[in-house]
Design a protein around this ligand. Structure first.
Ligand code: PGA
Length: 245
């Protein structure tokens, strides 16, 4: 399967800074390189380096209609998005998105021909209490309940421990290995074609730690926040992934 490195710009950027970043980006061969940008910049990103794949950071669960402020999956598809992040921990924590809503958003994305990048992950308290895999199983279970087994194999999953996001403190190689194998095993137990599902790691991935994380058997790429805003760092991370094939 093609490995994927997706940048999550979050609520950062402006037209001038985006242009500078895009001018510096060189797309790596051997890895799918994507950027998930704020909605208004989807128009600007119509012009981008050849081969750079486009994505968004959220999507409405609804198809169309009187939903002020929402953006539909069809709109994202019209702007050439291939991916959309759903269920990022910032949306779960700050915007009260629950597990089933994340499932419905993933469903809306698939219905419009997009691939959802479904984020899961535990908080530090949940990890310390030994509940990491239980929490992730609950988050995944809700998505499976909405999508069913066949569609579940068409999503991309991203394991993002909440405590590792933007903290500079990545999960250790052993922790990532453990959870990724756990997620793959969970999918298999549920009767999902687990080997078809790409499982990304996200949380303080940097050029210095990328190669070690990407070399792990069940890590199929990365979801990159802060480092995706610096062209040299994002490219170095993509190179680490391409080298790890
Ligand atoms: P980070 O963010 O790389 O800045 O830790 C990752 C994410 O939130 O997707």
């Amino acid at each position: 399967m093609t490995r994927l490195v997706a940048g999550n710009w979050k609520m950062n950027g402006c037209l001038a800074a985006n242009r500078r970043l895009l001018d510096e980006l060189v797309v790596e061969a051997g890895v799918e390189m994507a950027v998930c940008v704020p909605f208004p910049y989807l128009a600007q990103l119509q012009e981008r380096p050849a081969g750079l794949v486009l994505g968004a950071q959220d999507v409405s669960e609804f198809e169309a209609g009187a939903y002020t402020g929402e953006v539909s999956a069809a709109m994202l598809a019209e702007f050439g998005c291939r991916y959309v992040i759903v269920g990022h921990s910032e949306r779960r924590a700050l915007f009260a998105e629950d597990d089933l809503l994340v499932g419905r958003k993933a469903h809306a994305a698939l219905a419009a021909g997009l691939t959802p990048i479904v984020c899961v992950g535990e908080t530090l308290v949940e990890r310390d209490e030994g509940r990491a895999m239980a929490v992730i199983g609950r988050q995944l279970g809700a998505v499976l309940e909405v999508l069913g087994r066949v569609a579940m194999a068409r999503v991309v999953l991203a394991y993002e421990p909440v405590w590792a996001i933007g903290s500079g403190r990545s999960a250790t190689v052993a922790q990532v290995e453990d959870v990724h194998a756990g997620i793959r095993g969970w999918l298999r137990e549920q009767g999902v074609a687990a080997d078809a599902v790409r499982i990304l790691y996200g949380g303080s991935v940097k050029p210095e730690n990328a190669a070690g994380l990407f070399a792990l058997a069940d890590v199929d790429g990365g979801l990159i926040g802060g480092a995706s805003l610096v062209a040299a760092d994002f490219m170095a991370i993509c190179r680490a992934e391409a080298g790890g094939v």
